[in-house]
Design a protein around this ligand. Structure first.
Ligand SMILES: Cc1cc2nc3c(=O)[nH]c(=O)nc-3n(C[C@H](O)[C@H](O)[C@H](O)COP(=O)(O)OP(=O)(O)OC[C@H]3O[C@@H](n4cnc5c(N)ncnc54)[C@H](O)[C@@H]3O)c2cc1C
Length: 402
């Protein structure tokens, strides 16, 4: 049965013209995470109707922080949301990298590129980010509890079916359904995920002077990392990673294990772990995918982690999902042929997202000293990287264009 409630206009309005800009598009977005919601907001701004089909029955984003870096904030500026996100989060002006005993490896100034690009580097709680994105959408734009099971394409239409048999018809389906995307699986089969070698823990604490209000910190030990940054004036977020086998879980309280790994590291790491309620610590194994091209077929494409899952070492997975959304909305607003516009968007995004997938994976391997050679590189080569080279990388990371 077609679920017409998902649309806030009459489907009979719909028509597609050849050679001219395609009008009255209806776009179904599988997944209402950072990427899906940003796309819906960007399409709404272009006057294009989109419905977000989200499997969760209610919104409860992971209780953790996220960085929206300068490139992501430039992208969000295109849809008028950068300022709101900056207000909901906090600006980070310095990134400091240390070894486990507290010696500084280097510090990177974020205030300079922020001024250059006219967009700040932000730390924010994920729930706040979702709130701002949701507030930019029409009330009926998200259908909760719609778990995409499969889709079919014919006559320039896509019909999306949920696990409980509801159906939505659209001109385009965008799979923004994350790392284990159903849409991607139907398009390309069971391409295996790639384990990064690391598991992660995340926690949120009251920032009782643990980290300065405008700094992000990361510390590298032999096979583990610990990082921390503020998310607003009062709270901070931390993450910890360890080189280990996938599929392990913690006993009731993960903190004793974390003390064993990080208890002897520099202050205030032990105090931060102590200050975190055990229930709020989230453990996630880190996976990515080897880049593939094309991402989609016909009237279907992918976006965000569904297209290019990457390890979090460059803090860019969410940022790249945001960039995808802005570029896709722009392409669709000028489309004269849907498949052409979708393939153009994929091509445009492929090189940049591959850069992040490859370099994030490399960063994971180096920062965890995954082999003796990488351990050597981490200890002796990384601290010697000249500032001009780091600045050049920073420019590449932060330069966003639609
Ligand atoms: C430890 C860690 C730290 C990170 N730190 C950062 C950071 O600082 N900065 C940054 O930019 N990125 C960071 N990332 C990466 C970032 O979280 C992801 O890249 C980002 O969330 C991807 O957004 P997305 O919308 O593509 O997917 P998701 O956020 O995963 O959203 C996918 C959505 O699809 C829904 N869904 C799934 N299957 C279906 C289905 N079948 N039907 C309907 N809905 C479905 C899900 O419920 C979910 O809401 C981090 C990741 C990790 C693991």
């Amino acid at each position: 049965m077609l679920d017409s409630d998902c649309w806030n206009f009459d489907p009979s309005d719909h028509y597609v013209t050849g050679g001219e800009i395609v009008k009255d598009l209806r776009i179904a977005i599988a997944g209402g995470g950072i990427g899906g919601l940003t796309l819906a907001a960007a399409l709404a701004r272009k006057g294009i109707d989109a419905t977000v089909l989200e499997q969760a029955p209610a919104y409860s984003p992971v209780g953790a922080g996220i960085t929206m870096q300068i490139n992501a904030m430039q992208a969000l500026r295109h849809i008028g949301l950068a300022e709101k996100i900056a207000v909901a989060g906090i600006g980070l002006n310095r990134l400091v990298l240390r070894t486990w005993d507290g010696s500084q490896i280097f510090a990177t100034d974020m205030a300079k590129p922020a001024t250059q690009y006219g967009a700040p580097f932000i730390g924010i709680h994920r729930a706040k980010l979702h709130e701002v994105l949701l507030a930019a959408l029409a009330p009926k734009a998200v259908t909760l509890g719609f778990s995409v099971q499969e889709f079919s394409q014919s006559n320039k239409k896509v019909v999306v079916t949920s696990t409980d048999g509801r159906q939505v018809e659209a001109d385009i389906l965008v799979g923004a359904d994350g790392l284990r995307s159903r849409v991607r699986q139907q398009l390309w089969g069971d391409e295996p995920l790639r384990y990064s070698g690391c598991t992660s823990w995340r926690g949120v604490i009251d920032n009782d002077g643990f980290v300065p209000s405008d700094e992000a910190h990361e510390t590298w030990g032999d096979h583990s990392n610990f990082g921390m940054f503020p998310m607003d004036e009062k709270r901070a977020y931390w993450f910890a990673t360890e080189l280990t086998e996938p599929g392990q879980s913690d006993a009731d309280d993960p903190r004793p294990g974390l003390f064993r790994l990080f208890g002897h590291w520099h202050n205030p790491i032990q105090q931060v772990i102590e200050a975190t309620p055990k229930e709020s610590i989230i453990r996630t194994d880190i996976w990515d995918r080897p880049p593939r091209s094309p991402w989609g077929q016909g009237q279907v494409t992918l976006l965000g982690d569904a297209a290019h899952a990457m390890t979090p070492n460059m803090g860019q997975g969410g940022g790249q999902a945001v960039e995808d959304a802005i570029v896709l909305a722009e392409a669709l607003s000028r489309a004269t042929s849907i498949p052409h516009a979708l393939r153009e968007y994929e091509q445009k995004r492929f090189v940049r997202t591959k850069f992040f997938v490859d370099n994030s994976r490399r960063a994971t391997r180096i920062s965890h000293g995954m082999t003796p050679l990488l351990s050597f590189a981490r200890k002796w080569v990384v601290p010697q990287i000249p500032e001009w080279f780091r600045e050049r990388q920073v420019q590449k990371v932060f330069h966003f264009e639609t």
